[in-house]
Ligand binder design. Structure first.
Ligand code: F6P
Length: 505
């Protein structure tokens, strides 16, 4: 594999940093903290505990300029066909901002606003009805974003409905859920950009049969014909478009369940938070651009330092679903081996994203992070202010976040090798002023833009996902073979396993 020239240029810095203690960097560079800290709206980010000295930082900023990430952000907002394998723009930014200057971008924003108002009318009618429970049926980007947003924000508004999610096709999940609900007081939203996803259609059929009536069924899709064929009553389907990727679609009518449960105003505030981050990312210079700085740290850890995985560690139970959301956003976007023009990318791309909410994870996998053989870079995420009682419990969360980040960075020596902490384990700390619709929107938009900046450095397409298609195609053929002995599909291993499944174990 041919190593890209930009990575060759970073390597002398990496070699220098291997033996450099983080502790000493603070002594030798008094400006380090100021130069490694950014505040953008409600988001405070501290990269001072990354193994990057001033010279390495300068090299990374040069890389961002050389790869012209700022121009890439302009192209994104203007609706250039940045998704080259599908020859289309990726205009998720137009769902929340009107920063694009072209007719394409303006038209996308107008369509988004029109749909937002149509969604508002459906939300009003639903909230005025006697429905008590909503089921969101969707998977991947049609599930993870709404789930995260509702979990994070449900304290902002008491929540008009009890909300449930069906994602994977699993009979136990369906029967457990439907067993708890009253079909006369339940509405369901089928969310599927393609309206062709097996899990969503199977779950949708099960729920439609159980509801026994179509008037409480809604759809969000880019394939309105398929939704109509499924039996969604006209006027209850909200559109999305091929220029919005599933994992970037929370801001579209995919957020219907969020708007219905928490109110259209809360959803609008989420969009406003993301729009403020869009504006920052589009206009801020490279060195003070939060998404670019975050992306440069990610590329440094992945390529210069050679770390294969990255942990996302929210110290706020309301953000417990953030690691799962970022798994799709980062790994489906950046899990590519070839560049946009089809050549081998020449270096590592997506790290494995994993994580979980502190402090639970301190008592499960942190031992390996502190003393294991592999170094795992981390994003710690916390909330400065929380409302209501139990402030002492919040202080416990914060003190643990601070303690862990410090312990990972500095370590502590011991004469007993079992008790020594090597330290030098890199982490970033991201603090939200509070957890509001605006700050959540800004945080998620920051991650989206960081992913795009990383993809720009690697020259890959973060907006397609061809790698998931093969398994989907095979699964649809195998579904029939599981019940029909005449269907001989699959390789010898699959056929053997099919026989075992058909035989009933
Ligand atoms: O996992 C592949 C994928 O296409 C994701 O990109 C998408 O979010 C998910 O499936 C669901 O797709 P759809 O919204 O079309 O049902």
């Amino acid at each position: 594999m041919h190593t890209p020239a930009w990575l060759e240029r970073l390597m002398p810095h990496a070699v220098r940093m291997v033996d450099q203690s983080l502790r000493d960097l603070f002594v030798s560079d008094p400006d380090r903290i100021g130069a490694s800290t950014l505040q953008v709206g409600p988001v405070h980010a501290c990269f001072a505990r990354q193994r990057i000295d001033a010279a390495a930082q300068a090299a990374l900023l040069d890389l961002a300029r050389e790869r012209d990430i700022k121009a890439a952000f302009t192209a994104l907002h203007d609706g250039a066909p940045v998704n080259r394998s599908e020859q289309r723009p990726a205009l998720h930014v137009a769902l929340r901002s009107s920063l694009g200057r072209t007719a394409v971008a303006k038209a996308a924003h107008a369509q988004a606003r029109e749909t937002f108002h149509a969604m508002g009318r459906l939300v009003d009618a639903l909230r005025a009805s006697d429905v008590t429970d909503l089921i969101n049926i969707g998977i991947g980007g049609s599930d993870l974003g709404p789930r995260l947003a509702l979990d994070a924000l449900r304290d902002v508004d008491a929540g008009r409905f009890r909300v449930h999610f069906l994602s994977t096709a699993d009979g136990h999940a369906v029967s457990r859920l439907l067993g708890e609900l009253d079909p006369a007081k339940t509405a369901a939203i089928l969310v599927s950009k393609s309206f062709g996803t097996q899990e969503t259609l199977l779950n949708g059929q099960a729920v439609r049969d159980w509801l026994g009536a179509d008037e409480r069924l809604y759809a969000v899709t880019a394939n309105t014909d398929r939704a109509a064929a499924f039996g969604i009553v006209p006027g209850r389907t909200l559109p999305m478009w091929d220029w919005v990727g599933g994992r970037y679609s929370l801001w579209s009518a995919v957020g219907f369940v969020v708007a219905a449960a928490l109110g259209l105003d809360v959803f609008e505030r989420l969009l406003a938070g993301a729009a403020a981050m869009d504006e920052h990312v589009l206009h801020a210079p490279v060195e003070s651009n939060l998404a670019i700085r975050h992306a440069l740290v990610a590329v440094w850890n992945r390529n210069a330092m050679g770390h294969d995985t990255h942990a996302v560690l929210p110290y706020d139970e309301r953000l417990a679903r953030l690691p799962a959301y970022l798994q799709q956003l980062v790994m489906e976007s950046l899990g590519k081996s070839v560049t946009q023009d089809g050549r081998p990318v020449g270096c590592g791309t997506s790290p494995v994203i994993w994580g979980g909410a502190g402090t639970d994870v301190q008592h499960s996998f942190f031992q390996a992070l502190h003393q294991g053989t592999d170094v795992v870079p981390m994003d710690f995420i916390g909330t400065v202010r929380v409302e209501g009682g139990y402030q002492d419990l919040h202080r416990a969360q914060m003190s643990n976040l601070l303690a862990q980040s410090e312990a990972f960075a500095n370590g502590t020596p011991s004469d007993d090798p079992q008790k020594a902490y090597a330290g030098n384990r890199p982490s970033s700390v991201i603090l939200l002023d509070d957890l509001s619709p605006e700050s959540l929107g800004a945080l998620l938009a920051m991650y989206e833009h960081s992913v795009y900046a990383q993809a720009t450095i690697w020259g890959i397409n973060p907006f397609d996902q061809w790698g998931v298609e093969l398994g989907k195609t095979l699964a649809s053929g195998l579904m029939e073979a599981l019940v029909d002995p005449m269907k001989a599909v699959g390789d010898p291993v699959t056929r053997l396993l099919i026989e075992r499944i058909r035989a009933g174990g």
